[in-house]
Design a protein around this ligand. Structure first.
Ligand SMILES: [Zn+2]
Length: 674
């Protein structure tokens, strides 16, 4: 039998995981050995008879868990992007074990005693700023994890963490199952009127794969809104599609959400906070529940008013079809009509200008070259985690190799919805590792032989995720704890949002937006109309986002002991109380499929997107108005912010770029909320 490939560091370039050798049966033994190894490493730290030093305690801790990290990054990527029943089982087994493992380290009294001793004497240790920060952050993390609690409280905490981890996995697996179960099956192509021929062929193919030969199947994205709603002319089909989307998963996940909210509230109280939200934001740049609530409250009124103005405009157009009142399932459809009629922008006409390969190379990579001097070489000799995923080597302007970028762009049934970035290898001067980063998207596969044409939103997503990738690639820190995107959640979306600006920069757009058949460039007039049409949708987009945010906020500001009996009822009350209940604009995610907050680390942190956008809008304005060449601005942004990761206070990094504290004006202007 060959040895488990996780047991040794990879010998491939950049320590790229040896995907060609990894089998499903390798994960569980690697996890088990990885956790055992790290506990042994911790035991060696605490058994050291020498007095605690920064080296023998903090650095040793930072170096520990190498095998566990190796398997965990690969597994998390695999189970998100190409899962199987076996991987689902492994995940269900491993996630509570990981929670137990985390507690075993953070509730280790001997380890904490050493860290505390160093923390107490930190002023005299002669540490450089990044090392001092490592000590402070580690100390804080132990405190936040309950290191100071008594025995009985720690035992309760361990129980809460393990149960929450298991529930989070179940929630996610229920979402996946609900997405599969809630597809809309249609009998005739006529019901799909409005969709392109390609999309109809795709729905037929989808039906064949899912065992509904001769019918048509529309699959669901994980958001409330579904792309087909913008095109389907049959109102009743739209209604059924949206109902399938909004109704999925509630029986299974409603009770889980209730239980998780209760457990989180209890844990927060145990750790000295009035609510889970208070516990979470204490470690974010926002700092307090009040600060977040204040920003949200300031946005709700203008956003709702804006959405109502848009609804009136939609109603005017819909009246011609005999539609008296705009329902949620009408919104996207009539928005498209308004875009066509008022702005002369037609999504179907745009698509041919956004061919994936061109958008990637002549858009995303081109912009990274303009701003940062990067170049990219595909490495077909390196194997990624799936045949669809492509590996690129990234080079600096002077030819120095920087890292690897992996792109996994296409949707498949085994991939979870949405788009994200991951780090397979994190940059660290301590370990000598260079970054390997990954972007995952869900761009539908075209019919065989057809080009991959993207929507405007998909193009934006590609630029967005690549902004996260740059954050990982540019990391230049000593300690893995601070590497790349390891910043607070309410900061991490900021660099990725900033990267979206390149999508519409005239010199970039002109370079990539070319008709795939004729090579014709997207005309500047059309670009201007698109931008105007973008402004039109802001009311809807802001309200659906804020509704999801306030829903997250409601679930996680409940105090311990508050009884919730019905998740849907709770949701309705929460939205109404926050003033964000607009019938025709459902939240971007409803409770039952809100995986960000119940399955992936964004609990009480969904606000992070708009919080980050304050910094984003402000920075874009700085890029455009500072009078320096783009390449020079890029260098400042890279050096002072992207490269720093979490090795210094993120807001200090922001100030180092823009020259002052963030201001909300640019965001309000962008979102039409002034
Ligand atoms: Zn993002």
């Amino acid at each position: 039998m060959t040895e488990n490939p996780f047991f040794r560091p990879s010998t491939l370039d950049y320590e790229l995981p040896p995907f060609a050798e990894i089998r499903e049966e390798h994960y569980l033994p690697a996890y088990e050995r990885g956790m055992a190894e790290q506990l042994a490493e911790i035991a060696a730290i605490t058994a050291d008879r020498a007095l605690p030093t920064f080296e023998n305690t903090l650095v040793a801790l930072e170096r520990s868990g190498e095998l566990l990290r190796r398997v965990d990054v690969v597994f998390r990527n695999q189970s998100s992007s190409d899962t199987t029943d076996v991987l689902d089982e492994v995940e269900a087994k491993v996630s509570p074990l990981l929670a137990v493992h985390h507690d075993a380290i953070h509730l280790d009294r001997a380890l904490f005693a050493r860290i505390e001793e160093l923390y107490r004497t930190r002023a005299g240790l002669g540490l450089d700023p990044e090392s001092l920060r490592l000590l402070e952050r580690r100390y804080g993390a132990f405190e936040r994890s309950g290191a100071r609690l008594g025995e009985a409280e720690q035992a309760r905490l361990r129980g809460l963490n393990a149960e929450l981890a298991a529930l989070g996995t179940t929630f996610q697996q229920n979402v996946n199952a609900a997405n599969r179960a809630a597809v809309l099956v249609l009998d005739s192509a006529a019901e799909l009127a409005g969709l392109s021929e390609d999309a109809i062929a795709g729905a037929a193919e989808n039906a064949r794969v899912l065992g509904h030969e001769g019918k048509y199947v529309l699959s669901l994205q994980n958001t409330s809104g579904q792309p087909a709603l913008a095109q389907l002319t049959d109102r009743s089909v739209r209604e059924r599609l949206l109902a399938a989307s909004l109704g999925r998963g509630i029986e299974q996940n409603g009770p889980i959400a209730i239980r998780m909210a209760a457990l989180r509230a209890e844990r927060a109280e145990l750790l000295g906070h009035p609510s889970h939200a208070a516990y979470v934001v204490a470690d974010e740049t926002a700092g307090t529940v009040e600060a977040v609530s204040a920003l949200l409250a300031r946005l709700v009124g203008p956003a709702v008013a804006n959405a109502r103005r848009e609804a009136a405009e939609l109603a005017r157009v819909a009246a011609a079809d005999g539609v008296e009142e705009i329902a949620a399932h009408d919104w996207a459809y009539y928005s498209e009509k308004v875009r066509r009629e008022s702005f002369q922008v037609d999504a179907a006409v745009l698509r041919p200008y956004f061919e994936l390969e061109r958008v990637l190379r002549d858009g995303v990579f081109f912009a990274a070259n303009l701003a940062y001097g990067l170049s990219f070489t595909e490495r077909p000799d390196l194997t990624a985690h799936h045949p669809d995923a492509r590996v690129f080597e990234v080079f600096e302007e002077d030819g120095t190799a920087l890292g690897l970028f992996i792109g996994d762009f296409h949707a498949r049934a085994s991939k979870r919805g949405g788009a994200w970035m991951d780090s397979l290898v994190e940059q660290s001067e301590l370990t000598g590792q260079r970054p390997v980063v990954l972007n995952t998207l869900n761009i539908p596969r075209p019919a065989p032989g057809e080009p991959v044409l993207m929507s405007w939103d998909e193009v934006r997503t590609l630029f967005h995720e690549f902004g996260h990738a740059l954050h990982g690639l540019f990391s230049r820190v000593r300690y893995p704890l601070f590497s790349g995107t390891a910043v607070p959640r309410d900061f991490v979306e900021f660099p990725s949002q900033v990267n979206e600006m390149w999508m519409v920069r005239p010199e970039v757009l002109a370079n990539y937006a070319r008709h795939h058949g004729t090579g014709e460039v997207l005309s500047p007039e059309l670009v201007e109309r698109i931008t105007a049409a973008e402004g039109f949708g802001q009311g809807f987009r802001t309200v659906e986002y804020l509704a999801a945010t306030l829903l997250d906020w409601a679930w996680h500001t409940v105090p311990k002991g508050e009884e919730i009996t019905d998740a849907e009822e709770f949701e309705a009350r929460a939205l109404a109380a926050a003033g964000i209940a607009v019938d025709a604009v459902p939240p971007r995610y409803r409770t039952a499929y809100f995986q960000h907050i119940f399955a992936s680390g964004y609990s009480a942190a969904y606000y992070a997107y708009i919080w980050s956008e304050v910094l984003d809008a402000d920075t874009v304005q700085w890029f455009e108005g500072n009078g320096r060449p783009v390449r020079e601005s890029g260098e400042v942004f890279r050096r002072e912010l992207l490269a720093r990761g979490f090795s210094r206070d993120p807001l200090e990094s922001f100030r180092a770029v823009v020259g002052r504290a963030p201001e909300t004006g640019p965001l309000l202007a962008r979102r039409g909320l002034l």
